[in-house]
Design a protein around this ligand. Structure first.
Ligand code: HEC
Length: 115
């Protein structure tokens, strides 16, 4: 009985380690990396309301994720800035300034992107 509990704990711990940053990586690949990535459409005023919903959901998932490195509290702030930026664009599609600032690839990668 005790042994089972320990085994389960070990499995849970290894799952937790394997998932750090995985959600974020997937969001990066789907929403940030492609030539025609939807994050790039926002700045050009070409994002549809469905695109904005997808980004909002992605950034909310990212906020709940823990990146491979960097302080979690600052991570949450960065993700909240992305969420707030998207909400502004949803309210007014020309109000893209805050989002563009928040989506700065290098500024975030320098602090949070591991190997
Ligand atoms: C709010 C922070 C943040 C912003 C802004 C951001 N990234 Fe990332 N990105 C990350 C983190 C964190 C990782 C690494 C995930 C991990 O390993 O924990 C990453 C990883 C990546 C990866 C590698 C994915 C993989 O398969 O390993 C690509 C590609 C990428 N980002 C592209 C971009 C581009 C392009 C932009 C700008 C348009 C951007 N990112 C903006 C946080 C950010």
């Amino acid at each position: 009985m005790k042994k089972t509990a320990i085994t389960l704990l070990a499995i849970a711990a290894s799952l937790a380690t394997a998932s750090a940053g995985d959600v974020t990586k997937k969001i990066m690949k789907d929403l940030h990396k492609p030539e025609d990535a939807i994050c790039k459409k926002v700045g050009k005023g070409e994002a549809t309301s469905a695109d904005l919903d997808t980004l909002l959901k992605g950034y909310q998932d990212m906020c709940a994720d823990t990146p491979s490195k960097g302080p979690k509290a600052v991570w949450v702030e960065k993700c909240q800035a992305l969420i707030a930026g998207i909400k502004k664009v949803q309210a007014n599609k020309d109000d893209t300034g805050d989002f563009k600032k928040a989506v700065n690839c290098k500024a975030c990668h320098d602090t949070f992107k591991g190997k």
